[in-house]
Design a protein around this ligand. Structure first.
Ligand code: RRO
Length: 311
């Protein structure tokens, strides 16, 4: 009932982890692979291993989470070795996420992937909010166009990009005009809402150490922003560019809303961090129950079909 076709793959369901959550080590990725998730994505890689920002750097709060991890990861080769080892074994498909600290680092990593035997999907993260001194690339429209021009000059494998949330209709228009120039496989909206501040009233302190407490906000707080970004890009991008919806998913109903806005796949971050990989089974069941109640037999019957209010 939840079967989802995406590029050349058919997934059992549209559910994935959001990059960064439960996907740094081989053990964590194996646990996702063995869970009910339809696919999973790696932690964004840099060329070299990075320790990331000082702890505490991730904090769960009642309505979501705040993080400033600072791109801790085990380095490109670690994830590439893992990907190559598992890709011919009929296991849960994996997406490979990369997030270079510069244009050149992104190009270098994508060249390694292009020249490797990796056959899967790659995600270029243009929206990490947490590296001090590094603005989020995809808030700079000309820079985004420059990077994609350089990438598509040589990269021929399926490629998606992870975007930050936008908050202005003019920005949706401008970004969509840029993205429609390229043969992107998908756009993933949204990364965490950058540079929020959560504070502990009792101690009168910030809750994470890096950047004096500023960090990316995820979870229930951001669902309306995520849905708006999914909808805005679904209605503006060439239909060949699919949408992955990320932000605020805690239940089957939340997944249904992302799909109704036009997402093909959906990703879960904050709530996966709270519940662990068993969440995928719970949410698949909830989505199936909701679809049955509504009389739907497949996701294609309602994907993107959000209704307007008409007189
Ligand atoms: O590692 C992080 O701090 C991080 C990244 Br790369 C990202 O893309 N989004 C996020 O919320 N945290």
């Amino acid at each position: 009932m939840l079967e989802t076709t995406f590029v050349d793959y058919t997934f059992n369901n549209p559910l994935m982890n959001a990059s960064g959550v439960h996907c740094m080590t081989q053990k964590e990725m194996d646990e996702l692979s063995e869970s009910a998730a339809g696919a999973f994505v790696t932690k964004s890689a840099t060329l070299q291993h990075r320790d990331g920002n000082p702890e505490p750097r991730y904090y769960d709060v009642p309505l979501g989470s705040i993080n400033s991890m600072g791109l801790p990861n085990l380095g490109l080769q670690y994830y590439l070795d893992y990907a190559l080892d598992r890709q011919n074994k009929f296991e849960t498909p994996m997406f490979f996420s990369v997030a270079g600290m510069s244009v050149d680092e992104n190009i270098e990593m994508l060249k390694v992937i292009q020249e490797s035997d990796y056959k899967g999907i790659t995600e270029l993260n243009l929206s990490c909010p947490n590296v001090p001194g590094k603005p989020q690339v995809a808030y700079d429209f000309p820079l985004t166009e420059e990077i994609l021009t350089k990438v598509f000059a040589f990269f021929t494998k399926p490629l998606g990009i992870k975007l930050p949330p936008y908050f202005d209709l003019a920005h949706f228009d401008e970004m969509a005009d840029v993205l429609n120039k390229f043969p992107l496989t998908y756009v993933n909206s949204v990364n965490s809402v950058g540079n929020g501040l959560y504070i502990d009233t009792e101690s009168e302190e910030v809750v994470i150490k890096p950047k004096d407490g500023f960090g990316g906000i995820g979870g229930e707080y951001i669902k309306p922003t995520a849905l708006a970004n999914v909808r805005a890009f679904y209605t503006r991008l060439n239909p060949s560019i699919k949408i992955i919806g990320t932000g605020g998913i805690r239940s089957g109903k939340d997944v249904f809303e992302h799909l109704l806005c036009g997402a093909t796949m959906v990703q879960i971050g904050t709530e996966l961090h709270k519940e662990g990989p068993a969440i995928f089974e719970r949410i698949s069941k909830e989505l199936e129950e909701l679809m049955t109640e509504k009389g739907y037999h497949s996701i294609d019957e309602f994907r993107g079909k959000l209704k307007s209010i008409v007189d």
